[in-house]
Design a protein around this ligand. Sequence first.
Ligand SMILES: [Zn+2]
Length: 347
Amino acid sequence: MRKVITSRDIEALQTTGGDLASLPVDALYTPSAKDALNALGITPAGKTSVGASPSSEPAQPPAERQVTNIESFFNSPEINLLKEKICDIGRRLWERDYVDGNGGNISIRVARDLVLCTPTMVSKGFLKPSDMCFVDLEGNQKAGTRKRTSEILMHLEMMKAQPKAISCVHAHPPHATAFAVARIQPPTCMIPEMEILVGEAPVANYSTPGSKEMGQSVAALVQDHNTILMANHGVVTWGTGVEDAYWKMEIVDAYCRTIVFATQLGTELKTISKDKVRDLLNIKKGMGIPDRRYNLKECELCDNSEWHPGVVCGIPPQKNDETSPTDIQAEELVKTITQMVMNKLKG
Ligand SMILES: [Zn+2]
């Protein structure tokens, strides 16, 4: 008999730090359990689709898949669904002001040596399924009439360095990009969702967009991080599916926006206590999401020593016995006017 998994089982696994990704693929999941996994972006063991879009994610791990007839695969119902999914994500990026002009790009690995991606010079808000391209892992175009995005080389370097990266999303969301321009890694330990689903978002060195160097500097960070700020450029995320990668973009930009607002409130930002951050990291570990901090000591978990919020300029208090030149001039003026009025009255 097939095992039944309920939302309570999911909760229990979360609180005990169990491995949600190792849930049995052939179990029966109740609708609330599916919703819970859906919200966490988890697909049990990666083989049975219980994820956000069951019909639009590849059924077989892409890295194991060999494709012989590329053109018919490119036009298959499975890939056509993924093309539509990319259009949907593109529209969401554009509607949230995460992309501008023809900026941003999206990719999904669909086979051992095939990646579906967006074309160059098209607004992400108005993509059509027929705009999509296939490339191999070296960036050579394999299908599609439009030219592939030049930034695909970065996505491919990320996928090669991180096998869990099935999809990559690159955009220029303004709040997170502000941190990337300032080259400041956002401080940590302030909001649970950011800690669990993203964590630290380091800043990769600047390189020319579309260059292999850009891909290499980002790829060097993908083992431990799923969201990377690109210095003076934007943000790139990876996920186990395109929806998952997109969520990281929303989470990091909302987080950076909140941090910017909070720094304007005139008080030091407070962090979640380190033992509670350890709880969050245990949940994260159970979800199979990498984080550099798993092996750190508790006291090292929230090291925000690099964080320097904007300097607040205060007006220095004036001493009582000091009178500024402006005050002296004003006093002289009042004296003169008073004298003139008195003279007029006397006259
Ligand atoms: Zn860009």
